[in-house]
Ligand binder design. Structure first.
Ligand SMILES: Nc1ncnc2c1ncn2[C@@H]1O[C@H](COP(=O)(O)OP(=O)(O)OP(=O)(O)O)[C@@H](O)[C@H]1O
Length: 378
């Protein structure tokens, strides 16, 4: 039987090299394919030098060609390893993603401190400032972006981009959104392991039609587990924002969160800490501040850890109501809340600019536009 090279290439487009996001044709890993009758020779270059990665690559190629093209094909795989140079501090991991300039992970050590609320409000405020923004809701334990953006009933459609079928993010308030919640049933318990979550997220990044983005905000699950490791090692994250309340139990977990980003195997720059629910202000007494979770705890933590303090957001009923109603409070105009979210967002952008300046030019991820952000002091 004579096999067609085209069929082999098509089959190989359905698999990726272990640990690399894009499929092995698109990523350029497959260097050459030769077909002689029923014999196929695949030349491939991988980055992971481990024996296990080589074996997996070989088996995946063999199995895919057998399953998708011809059961009895004789397949030979020539694997060479091109290990990337040892990363310097502050380098970006994972494959750069064409069109996406900065990926910012929003994390919290403790659950329920308002990480998703801060992500949603950062996103709408960045969009108001003129940036192109996307949100990727990676909170596998409780994806909340569909509700916070009032798009819970939507399902992403497939679109054709350069001959490939890609997922089209849902858009609202000028923000493009993909969420793990769009693909699970609301009342279905999904048990995710780290590599599974990383794979799903990789798909939502690499197989989605995000277009050009200045910022992609990644709403991480709470905590500091294996799932975070998998996600962060597979994506080129520019920097992380850690959210905490001023309360001691939250601060202890936020400290672990910062340590997680700074550990050698992750090494994602921490852009800073946000203090959420910094104080309570009743709507009828806007001048009164009640420090119900303690005062300036997150601010002091950022000083202790020598990471920037990005800003404080009060605990107010309208933030909760806005989140539940699917219209983030940052969309308000002319209110103290709008100002608080603008201050926070400006500080985040400033830290991204500063962080990108620290990188060698080839690795630096640049902001493409500072539209609407004239107050950024740079
Ligand atoms: N500053 C705030 N003022 C009032 N309510 C807030 C504020 N921040 C968050 N909330 C409310 O607190 C609850 C938890 O917030 P959110 O879901 O953003 O937290 P989270 O840290 O993302 O939680 P999870 O751990 O489930 O991911 C929500 O009901 C939200 O509306």
């Amino acid at each position: 039987m004579k096999l067609s090279k085209q069929d082999i290439l098509k089959a190989l487009e359905t698999i990726s090299v272990p640990g690399e996001g894009q499929n092995m044709i698109e990523s350029g890993a497959v260097k050459n394919v030769n077909v002689f009758g029923d014999e196929v020779v695949v030349d491939i270059t991988i980055k992971n030098p481990s024996l296990q990665a080589k074996k997996r690559t070989e088996v995946d190629i063999l199995k895919t060609i057998h399953d998708k093209v011809y059961q009895k094909a004789k397949v030979k795989t020539n694997i060479s390893v091109e290990a990337p140079a040892k990363p310097k501090t502050n380098t970006i991991k994972g494959n750069p993603i064409p069109g996406i300039n900065n990926i910012i992970a929003v994390a919290s050590g403790k659950g329920g401190v308002g990480k998703s609320t801060i992500t949603a409000n950062l996103a709408v405020t960045l969009a108001k400032m003129g940036f192109k923004v996307g949100v990727l809701d990676a909170d596998i334990y409780g994806p909340s972006m569909p509700i916070m953006f009032d798009v819970a009933d939507e399902k992403p459609l497939a679109v054709n981009v350069d001959g490939k079928s890609k997922m089209k993010p849902i858009e609202n308030y000028g923000v493009k959104i993909l969420s793990i919640g769009f693909f699970t049933q609301p009342n279905q318990a999904v048990v995710w392991r780290g590599p599974m979550a990383a794979k799903a997220l990789n798909q939502m990044i690499f197989d989605a039609a995000w277009g050009e983005l200045d910022f992609l905000l990644l709403d991480l699950p709470p905590g500091t587990g294996d799932i975070h490791l998998s996600i962060m090692q597979s994506l080129p994250i520019t920097g992380a924002v850690v959210v905490s309340t001023p309360q001691n139990v939250a601060l202890a977990d936020a400290k672990k969160g910062v340590a997680m980003f700074q550990q050698e195997s992750i090494n994602v720059p921490v852009l800073g800490i946000v203090e959420n629910m910094a104080y309570f202000t009743p709507a009828e007494l806007p001048e009164n501040k009640y420090y119900i979770f303690g005062q300036e705890g997150a601010k002091h933590l950022s000083e202790d850890l020598e990471v920037p303090f990005l800003g404080e957001i009060p605990l107010v009923q309208s933030i909760r109501e806005a989140g539940d109603a699917g219209r983030p409070a940052g969309l308000q105009t002319g209110t103290p809340l709008e100002e608080a979210f603008e201050n926070l967002t400006r500080n985040v952008v400033e830290e991204v600019v500063r962080r990108n300046e620290d990188l060698p030019p080839t690795e630096a991820i640049k902001i493409t536009t500072m539209a609407g952000c004239s107050a950024v002091k740079k």
